[in-house]
Design a binder for this molecule. Structure first.
Ligand SMILES: O=c1[nH]c(=O)c2[nH]c(=O)[nH]c2[nH]1
Length: 327
């Protein structure tokens, strides 16, 4: 089929639009979960690296004829994001992105859809002495090297108003090592197998995950009880990794996913992309010590992709109750 007969891929936009706003309204009133102490985000620094794309049939002549009369310069897109950041009244990345998308759709009637992605630029409070102990400084932060929250949303113009056609929230670059309590054995042994079975291995994983709400409104933070903070998701991943004597990364992410969806029934699914970065053992046994010596793993790296849905939670609960009954 030629591109004339189907919807042509056509968009343009601006990437690496960094925007920082201080003293955005704090996000409070989150649901408390046992895995996390995180209950509020003070939003003293609200910082993102944004990428915006505009879509619309009206842009065709800018590609085919060099007609710029309907082109919103990508430089102007950057300015809109910067200036309108001052007008956002809410307190979540998701809400901010929707707000910006609607600014574009309201201002320029020839735009059909706006896709906006933001990666958080995370800052941690530094600790300062107070009395006998230490407290978070309320004015000094350090740029965090840890994981970063992400959000993507696409808002489309329809005859009955703007509609969210794509949305997800996520975290990238979660790097976790468990020094013992992971195994990997029982895999196919044949003429191609060289990997030894491991009853107990150090397991280093890189995780990126995304989650989707069943109802987009819950992602805005308007009802904080329904909002899910990336920090809470991370804490669940940390806890499940800590608790589970895992048999593989595959099993681990299934359990992280089901725990997330049990805690937050307002989420429809969690999507995982993981990487195995397990250290290579250099010295396995150190006399009179529990420890070993390791080095960075060398490529190639294994990976997993898996989507966990509320249906998985239902099936897991049903399987657990069958076991209970048969005991
Ligand atoms: O958790 C793991 N899953 C695998 O599928 C796999 N394959 C492998 O070589 N090591 C591992 N580890």
């Amino acid at each position: 089929m030629t591109v004339q007969n189907e919807k042509r891929t056509m968009y343009y936009g601006k990437g690496d639009v960094f925007v920082y706003r201080t003293y955005v309204k704090p996000l409070t009133g989150l649901r408390r979960i046992p895995e996390s102490r995180f209950i509020e985000r003070d939003n003293t620094i609200f910082g993102f690296n944004c990428q915006i794309s505009l879509k619309g049939d009206a842009f065709l002549s800018s590609f085919t004829e060099g007609d710029n009369s309907l082109v919103v310069a990508t430089d102007s897109m950057k300015n809109i994001i910067h200036r309108q950041a001052a007008n956002y009244q809410g307190n979540t990345a998701e809400g901010f992105l929707k707000f910006i998308c609607e600014v574009f759709l309201d201002k320029y009637s020839h735009i059909d859809a706006v896709e906006l992605t933001a990666i958080e630029v995370p800052f941690d409070h530094v600790l300062v002495p107070k009395g006998e102990g230490h407290v978070n400084s309320d004015v000094v932060f350090r740029c965090s090297r840890n994981e970063r929250a992400t959000t993507t949303i696409e808002v489309k113009r329809t005859p009955s108003g703007s509609k969210i056609v794509k949305h997800s929230s996520g975290i990238v670059d979660v790097h976790l090592i468990k020094v013992k309590g992971s195994s990997f054995y029982g895999f196919i042994q044949d003429e191609y197998t060289t990997l030894p079975e491991a009853q107990d291995r150090p397991l280093f994983i890189y995780l990126d995950f995304d989650w989707e709400y069943s109802h987009w409104e819950d992602a805005t933070g308007a009802n904080p009880e329904k909002y899910v903070a990336a920090e809470q998701i991370c804490d669940i991943a940390n806890t499940v990794f800590h608790e589970l004597d895992n048999r593989s990364i595959q099993q681990l992410i299934y359990h992280i996913g089901t725990r997330i969806l049990e805690r937050f029934p307002q989420l429809a699914n969690v999507q995982f992309k993981t990487n195995n970065r397990t250290w290579e053992t250099v010295v396995d046994i150190i006399p009179n010590s529990e420890g070993s010596v390791y080095q960075e793993p060398r490529p190639p790296f294994g990976f997993q992709g898996f989507v966990v849905t509320q249906e998985d939670v239902k099936q897991k609960k049903a399987a657990e109750s069958t076991v209970e009954v048969s005991r």
